[in-house]
Design a protein around this ligand. Structure first.
Ligand code: SF4
Length: 346
């Protein structure tokens, strides 16, 4: 592809050209470095057309690691014999107050499907109200699948974004990884959330699918549901889970998927998670077309991440200051809050 072709391709993508299944298949399969560099380059150009060198930063508060489910890939599945915590509201607010004045655009309140909150959803709603009062920032909630009344109450209390990952749209694979959970209820929860005004995030786990067709099914599944933010995260085997001994795929596939997502969803939010490979991994993901940094946590915290590459490290290195200073070395910078608010319709 010469420069003329490249410019034309970028313009077509911006005009809604989309990718065919065979193009996606080819991009996912290629090992040709020149071709991959071109893919990452095109994705960056497409991203820059919409958000330039601006990046959106989300802090992460995993406030309860209890869960009633048995997802086979997840460290926090109820069968795993691990120590768990549930933060009090005061503890959550103390963490929030440490974000004041920092360049954080949204707070992500995540939990497992903790029966304590699922049986008392008003307590979850109270947390959202309290965090809104404390920070007055957009709030993302990741409570798992909750009923429509709870979604409405969360939205009316100040939650702006719902993160609910399907993980896969390949039904056979779904049954193996989201054990005992309804495929349809997850989709319907996101649909309802969107209908009442939430922005929604969908995501897939990469490196666990049996073949490329399964992965394409997942990419198309996300596309059909029109999310505001789309994510791919590399499967990382977790100790004590049924998939503990499954081979881990390289993160290169995730980078390819991020670039493909950028071409499929040119103007959407696409995260570079710090949770898999820290700040060096963030750089690779932004260079593949991402425009959001997620899983920012204070350096002195013992809070959990989801994959948590730094669970056993003495010093954690994913606070907002470290993120911002690395962004600068890349010629990128945090967006203004007003720019983020505009994107999510506030
Ligand atoms: S992925 Fe979420 S719902 Fe599944 S076991 Fe883990 S915390 Fe629970």
């Amino acid at each position: 592809m010469d420069n003329y072709d490249l410019n034309e391709f970028v313009q077509d993508i911006i005009n809604g050209r989309g990718l065919s299944d065979s193009e996606i298949k080819h991009l996912l399969s290629t090992e040709n470095h020149k071709e991959l560099d071109k893919l990452y380059q095109v994705s960056r150009i497409v991203r820059d057309k919409f958000t330039g060198n601006k990046v959106f930063l989300y802090s992460f508060i995993y406030f309860s690691t209890y869960c009633k489910n048995e997802c086979s890939f997840c460290y926090y599945n109820k069968l795993n014999n691990i120590s768990r915590y549930r933060l009090s509201t005061d503890e959550i607010l103390r963490i929030c107050s440490s974000f004041k004045g920092k360049q954080i655009h949204m707070v992500d309140l995540t939990m497992g499907e903790d029966p304590y909150y699922h049986n008392n959803p008003h307590l979850l709603v109270d947390i959202v109200k309290n965090v809104k009062n404390e920070l007055d920032l957009p709030i993302m909630v990741s409570p798992g699948v909750v009923d429509n009344d709870t979604l409405e109450n969360l939205y009316n209390s100040g939650a702006d974004f719902l993160a609910l990952y399907q993980e896969t749209y390949d039904k056979d694979l779904y049954e193996r990884i989201r054990v005992g959970q309804s495929f349809r209820d997850r989709i319907n929860a996101r649909k309802f959330a969107k209908k009442i005004g939430f922005c929604v995030e969908d995501g897939i786990l990469s490196g666990i699918e049996p073949d490329i067709e399964s992965l394409i099914k997942s990419l198309r599944g996300m596309e059909n549901n029109n999310p505001d933010m789309v994510r791919a995260m590399t499967f990382t085997p977790q100790e004590g889970t049924p998939l503990e001994n499954q081979r881990q795929s390289s993160s290169e596939q995730e980078l390819k998927i991020i670039s493909i997502l950028r071409l499929m969803f040119p103007d959407k939010l696409i995260p570079a998670s710090l949770d898999i490979e820290g700040i060096d991994g963030m750089v690779k993901r932004l260079n593949s077309g991402a425009n959001v940094v997620t899983s920012i946590i204070p350096s002195n915290t013992t809070l959990e991440g989801v994959v948590n590459y730094d669970r056993d490290l003495e010093k954690r290195n994913r606070n907002v200051e470290n993120v911002v200073s690395r962004l600068k070395t890349m010629g990128m910078e945090p967006a203004k809050q007003s720019e983020f608010n505009q994107i999510i319709g506030l």
